[in-house]
Design a protein around this ligand. Structure first.
Ligand code: PLP
Length: 637
């Protein structure tokens, strides 16, 4: 980070500090006046949205923070990129099978998102994948393109199978994928009962693994899919029933966010062997569904780190086509149509979560006496002495001493031998020493392990208006990293170092791991608060985060804004979806807000009748509870 006070901090310095050009995929940049810019159409497109101005405008229109902003045009471009990457590679390689994508609804089930995907993907016959009855009904309602696929994965009961078969009768191009050994009998029975000739697929359990957070989705012990022996049973059963001609698709999914292209190739090679042998066994096949896994470079490092990806969409397409073509040609099997269930790579970039900072806690000790009277607490005297004798040469020894004296002082306090004031002074002197040691250690090439985290220990805590559990569940559940940065003041030096705490009462509700090109950062450069509202954005949150989240502390869904660029190149808010109200979240946990209000009114009346509440207090109290129930669950200024 720039330290020379004479050179002015610019947006370029912020771009380097927050790596925005590494992870921004050319959708995000910084303006000269220090605001995050969004270019929803990607490179080459004119339309630019100033994110800070947008947020200010929203705040002026009573849209409280936190707010999730979706940029539909980013989604449109990602869909184009995915489909055109495959089309280009296939054309160059003279691949004959073609490519079609399906969007796995579980990655973002929101109605407007799915509707946009179907609209933007129509010319590519972009389809949908459903893994439950609810997702299937959503897919049927959204998908009116008879050439687009509707892939049915997941556990299937009779009702699910019937719905899938009926969707076929409606004209959808449905493939029912057999994921569990017992499903086949039920599918055959229901297809006969409803008079439908189903198209079937089979999900293979590969031994190849994905690595990273979602490694357990693949491998021999993975939850879904059939092993080689079970697939052979399916083939034999279909032959016996005279239905082998219905087996047209092989599917596998080794996990999401497969950051290493070699793992993609390995799994694909294994899957291709399944595919060609099924074809050799007499199944018509025709479709190879390679599942999800296409990774997003969240940290911008372009590596095989779990929050990154060491390949681009184009490389992915090239490698997939190369492996499939080589295996198919070698076994003289017609090139299959390749289908991918790319979810994360389709939707991640298009949503940004924005929240305001409510407060900052600094570790800035202020009770630092120059000296103490002789009769003072001995541990306090020792701490002062350690402070006075600290030098760059003895900092490690002083560190050990300071920790020891601080702990002894705490023990004395516990036994009643030190007062609360002595403890407070001791803690302040201790943190003062640690701050100075951290300054010394920062300039060293080698830092002892025990001191590697000192910067984090003395960093500020920025209390922010959001819930990690509601809006960034993967940050909590699987330690996923997302790019986080201020959305304005980016031409000012971020002189503070902080971690981020949400407003839940949970110590896990914090972000203290941040993206870095070489490692994981433990602190984030941030600005000193001033009189203006300070806004931070968490980027690339469009995949999985919207519906995986929960209502910890009864903090509900956030306000959502859906923006599209109109034909004049101007951003238009096409829908504002208010976040949950307090009454709504209470109703999700079995309360009845109307009944609650009735009870509160009755109690207030009793209090008024008994003289405990004045007439005015009574009506103020009732309206306070009423507007409380109607209000936003987050902090409102
Ligand atoms: N297909 C299946 C069967 C999945 O389980 C998933 C998610 O894990 C996906 C597709 C989407 O994967 P991704 O978001 O990595 O593209």
């Amino acid at each position: 980070m720039k330290t020379n006070a004479l050179s002015r901090w610019t947006s370029e310095d912020s771009a380097e500090t927050y790596f925005i050009r590494n992870w921004g995929a050319q959708y995000f940049d910084i303006s000269e006046d220090g605001h995050v810019l969004v270019k929803p159409g990607g490179p080459g497109s004119e339309a630019t949205i100033d994110l800070y101005d947008t947020v200010k405008e929203l705040a002026g229109k009573d849209c409280s923070m936190p707010v999730l902003i979706r940029f539909a045009d980013i989604l449109a471009r990602q869909i184009r990129e995915l489909n055109s990457s495959f089309a280009t590679v296939m054309k160059e390689a003279r691949y004959k099978g073609g490519y079609q994508a399906v969007f796995p609804i579980k990655v973002n089930q929101k109605q407007l998102v799915v509707q946009d995907i179907m609209e933007f993907g129509r010319k590519f016959h972009h389809g949908l994948e459903a893994g439950s009855k609810a997702e299937l009904i959503a897919a049927v309602a959204n998908n009116r393109n008879p050439k687009a696929l509707l892939i049915c994965n997941g556990y299937k009961d009779e009702e699910f199978i019937d719905l899938a078969l009926y969707a076929g009768k409606l004209g959808s191009r449905v493939v029912i994928v057999i994921e569990m050994p017992d499903e086949l009998d039920l599918i055959i029975e229901r297809a006969r009962a409803l008079g439908v000739t189903p198209t079937l697929g089979v999900r293979a359990k590969l031994s190849s693994r994905a690595g990273g957070h979602w490694d357990s989705s693949g491998g021999d012990r993975s939850k879904f899919g059939l092993d080689a022996s079970q697939i052979v049973d399916v083939v034999d059963k279909l032959k016996k029933e005279g239905m082998l001609n219905r087996l047209q698709l092989l599917h596998y999914h080794i996990g999401s966010q497969v950051s290493d292209i070699r793992r993609i190739r390995n799994a694909l090679r294994e899957a291709c062997r399944f595919y060609v042998d099924l074809a050799a066994d007499g199944a018509p096949m025709g479709i190879l569904n390679i599942g999800g896994g296409l990774a997003v470079d969240y940290d911008g490092s372009h590596t095989n780190f779990a929050s990154s990806s060491n390949y681009s969409m184009k490389e992915y397409a090239a490698d997939v086509v190369e492996v499939v073509m080589a295996t198919a040609d070698e076994h003289e099997v017609p090139h299959p149509m390749i289908v991918s269930e790319s979810g994360r790579a389709t939707v991640a970039h298009h949503s940004v979560l924005v929240f305001n900072v409510l407060d900052v806690r600094r570790f800035e000790p202020h009770r630092i006496p120059d000296e103490l009277p002789e009769h003072s607490n001995q541990m306090l005297l020792n701490l002062i002495d350690a402070r006075n004798t600290l030098t760059p040469r003895n900092y490690q020894e002083i560190y050990h001493d300071a920790v020891y004296y601080r702990d002894e002082l705490r023990a004395m306090f516990l036994h009643g031998d030190a007062s609360i004031r002595e403890r407070a002074t001791g803690e302040d002197v201790f943190w003062h020493i640690i701050r100075r040691i951290a300054d010394i250690a920062r300039d060293r090439k080698y830092i002892p392990d025990e001191m590697a985290d000192l910067d984090r220990a003395i960093s500020d805590v920025y209390y922010c208006n959001f819930s990690l559990f509601q809006s960034l569940p993967d940050s909590w559940a699987v330690d996923q990293l997302f790019p986080v940065m201020p959305i304005h003041r980016l031409n000012e030096n971020p002189t503070r170092q902080g971690v981020i705490a949400d407003i839940t009462c949970d110590s896990d509700g914090k972000i203290d791991r941040f993206i870095d090109l070489h490692d994981v950062r433990k602190i984030l450069p941030l600005h000193e608060l001033n009189k203006e509202e300070y806004y931070l954005g968490v980027f690339l949150v469009g995949a999985y985060q919207e519906t995986l989240g929960d209502m910890h502390n009864l903090l509900g869904t956030t306000n959502v804004i859906h923006i599209r660029i109109d034909s004049e190149g101007q951003p238009q808010i096409i829908r504002e979806t208010p976040g949950d109200s307090v009454g709504e979240v209470l109703s999700y946990v079995e309360y009845k807000p109307r009944e609650m209000m009735r009870k509160i009114r009755a109690r207030a009346s009793r209090a008024k009748d008994s003289g405990r509440l004045s007439e005015t207090d009574h009506s103020d109290l009732v309206s306070a509870f009423k507007s409380g129930l109607e209000g936003y669950t987050y902090f409102e200024r």
